[in-house]
Design a binder for this molecule. Structure first.
Ligand code: HEC
Length: 393
């Protein structure tokens, strides 16, 4: 048996942790044997003492520590965690991702290659492959909707860098239903200066209020959304979803905080993993205002990005370049084109609190409209399934 494991178990015994006698394990507890051992054998040897032979975690009453053991057979939990994070935890110990130090470090005892074998086995414990794998949960861009169904709280903010500095924020709540569906609520809030202007529905950047006469602030147009992943494959690294949103005219139109009426939107979203931790994401859709004298709008968004980590196990940084185009479905309508360079970074050790900051640069110079301002845009998001905001720092 590997030395680190022996140490972990030796340390555990006086605390009263249930460590099955070697004879009860179906595999030899012998370091030399693990070199070519299957993932299952390594798991039984090194992990089962705490995680249980069946992966559901040893009975809490038999463990001397308070931590709740994860259940590797629970697809709702297990499928969403990418292998990379789990290998980091097994190699470096719980604290590398803000978990308990009762999860020991196996570096020195098990190679990364052996840990990959173990992960292969742990993956087989969730037997329902309806659940899209966490690897397909690509970093969230500033405006493109992801294809992956999430459990998230996001606080978005944007401020115009030109003009009167109109600012907008939004609280976004996303909740997953079952393996592949998600519902979403967006509650926007806006502050504006005293420049005349107009507001229309559509994108995260202009969901924010425009301007009327004199400064004002208030609630914008609330958005309700649903999304469903129609296709996903961890083999090819692909995920594809369809979704719909309803924009409710809750914002004060007079004050420039909302549209004149409700609107609906339908969209498709796509994500594809590329080599070297790079990825592309895309979204395309159509938005239909439900009030008179308003044209339907089509939009497309595209993102290219790549994730880099500090050292081998450290903080994740994801620079991305996002492009969005939108156009009213009317002959002669102008196409609005924006370029949004940005960088997302994990803010805490568990990497389930993330921030993203970028600049929305209008690049399509468009007739029949006032020049659109450059805008600083940012968000902070909490993947609340992985813990509270203050956990794992
Ligand atoms: C001494 C007991 C012990 C042993 C042995 C052990 N673990 Fe753990 N493990 C824990 C505890 C406790 C946690 C929960 C930590 C927390 O929630 O803060 C944990 C958590 C984990 C997690 C994180 C799950 C999540 O929430 O994302 C992974 C992955 C993991 N263990 C893998 C392994 C692997 C692989 C092995 C064997 C190579 C192993 N563990 C051996 C105690 C152990």
């Amino acid at each position: 048996m590997a030395q680190r494991t022996l140490l972990a178990i030796a340390a555990a015994i006086p605390l009263g942790i249930a460590v099955p006698a070697a004879a009860q394990l179906p595999y030899a507890v012998n370091g030399a044997d693990l070199a070519d051992a299957s993932g299952e054998a390594i798991y039984a040897n090194s992990c089962a003492n705490c995680h249980g032979l069946d992966g559901t975690g040893v009975e809490p009453s038999l463990l001397a520590f308070e931590e709740e053991m994860p259940d590797f057979t629970d697809c709702d939990f297990a499928a969403r965690e990418p292998d990379g994070d789990w290998i980091a935890v097994a190699h470096e110990g719980g604290p590398v991702r803000g978990f308990s130090e009762m999860m020991p470090a196996f570096r020195g005892a098990l190679s990364e290659e052996q840990l990959e074998r173990v992960m292969g086995y742990i993956r087989s414990l969730c037997t329902d492959d309806n659940w899209p794998r966490g690897e397909l949960n690509l970093p969230r861009p500033l405006v493109t909707e992801k294809a992956y169904p999430e459990d998230e709280w996001v606080v978005e903010a944007g401020v115009d860098l030109e003009g009167d500095g109109a600012a907008a924020g939004a609280y976004v709540y996303e909740r997953r239903y079952g393996p592949r569906s998600q519902v979403e609520v967006v509650i926007p809030y806006g502050w504006r200066g005293s420049r005349a202007g107009s507001h229309d529905h559509g994108t995260d950047d202009d969901r924010a209020p425009g301007a009327g006469d004199g400064g004002s602030h208030g609630l914008g147009d609330i958005v309700l959304g649903v999304k469903h992943a129609l296709y996903h494959s961890s083999q090819t690294g692909t995920i594809f979803s369809l979704g719909g949103e309803v924009f409710l005219a809750t914002g004060d139109e007079e004050a420039g905080l909302g549209a004149p009426g409700n609107a609906v939107e339908a969209f498709a979203a796509f994500g594809q993993i590329l080599p070297n931790d790079a990825f592309i994401q895309a979204q395309a859709g159509v938005e239909a205002p439900l009030y008179e004298d308003a044209a339907n709008e089509v939009f497309g968004r595209f993102v290219l990005g790549a994730t880099f980590t500090e050292g081998q196990w450290g903080r994740a940084w994801t620079p991305m370049v996002e492009v969005q185009a939108r156009r009213d479905l009317e002959s002669g309508a102008a196409t609005h084109l924006d370029l949004i360079p940005q960088v997302q970074v994990a803010l805490n050790t568990r990497q389930h609190v993330l921030g993203n900051i970028g600049v929305l640069v209008p690049v399509g110079s468009v007739a029949n409209e006032r020049a659109r301002p450059m805008r600083l845009v940012a968000y902070v998001l909490l993947d609340w399934f992985d813990g509270g905001f203050f956990e794992g720092w």
